[in-house]
Design a binder for this molecule. Sequence first.
Ligand SMILES: Nc1ncnc2c1ncn2[C@@H]1O[C@H](COP(=O)(O)OP(=O)(O)OP(=O)(O)O)[C@@H](O)[C@H]1O
Ligand SMILES: [Mg+2]
Length: 315
Amino acid sequence: MTDEKIQPTDQEWAIQRRLEDLLAKLGEKYGDLTGRVEVKHRPDTSFDQIGGLRTAKAAVRGFSTVLTNPELYRRWGITPPKGVLLYGPPGTGKSLLALALATISASTFFHLKLRNLTSKFGPNTGDLLQEILAIAVQEAKAVIFLDEADALSLEHLLPAPQAREASARLVAALAERLDSIEDFSRVFVVAATSRTDAVDPSLVAPDRLDRLIEVPLPDPQAQQEIFLLKKARAEQDAGRRLFADLDFRSLLPPMGGMSGAEITEVIRRALETKVHRAGAGEEVGLVTTEDLLQEIDGYRRIKEVVEKIRYGQYL
Ligand SMILES: Nc1ncnc2c1ncn2[C@@H]1O[C@H](COP(=O)(O)OP(=O)(O)OP(=O)(O)O)[C@@H](O)[C@H]1O
Ligand SMILES: [Mg+2]
């Protein structure tokens, strides 16, 4: 296995540009889609870059057959499933799993950020989603990622009674489109949420996103795996060693309960501290266990504030 990035061919660039043009056209009709819909013709995030999550990884990977060899389902007398719902706390790798599925099956990845979409288009998001799904279905193979699927409840926009009514219409439009995806058409929908209580039950009805996959917080072993992946990535990007030998027996206990995203952030901050000190002209050594313990402690102290700012609006 090599980590070298495969350079896209001219043909792939052309497809990527065509897809971006299609979205730009939709943007002219509905309003700017930047930061709301992103499309990657050839994503390159692999399952190897995801730490822990053995069960979830195996489950998601299994669905690549829907994209690469749907005929196999026919040979076993069944039709391929339409999609899955990934659920679990924020920052645990749901987006990474969806991307890795697209990568391993060489599918085009349609990332629909439903919180940002609904915030701008409100109840009209349904028409737009239908058009985007129609574009996705045209691709040879497509993974459609409905990120923050709970935002379809429109709770963040409207008072409860209006939200319920508008949301029902929006979800019906989406469900209609999902139902119209033909079997064996090499399209797979991955929805993700950290709030199962706000997901419309009709989305997970039979024949829709009726496979549920839990994406839990990492246990200590998974945390160490994630840590080592991020450390290796930083050292590879820097082209040199950045970390001293680390003592995970002292690092893991204070990391208890941290998500992969939080571990990534702690590592980033430890490296940032080095940058600042080097920038001030200090002589700085490798990142040590002691440095990391300090960052973990600092992160823990401000975590509550960070969470309020990031997620507070939905609580
Ligand atoms: N299991 C993991 N393995 C490796 N990296 C991870 C893992 N979980 C999270 N990360 C890191 O955290 C970042 C955020 O992860 P990701 O976006 O996949 O989380 P998420 O579950 O989709 O979160 P949210 O619910 O907030 O959207 C990733 O880009 C990655 O750097
Ligand atoms: Mg995500």
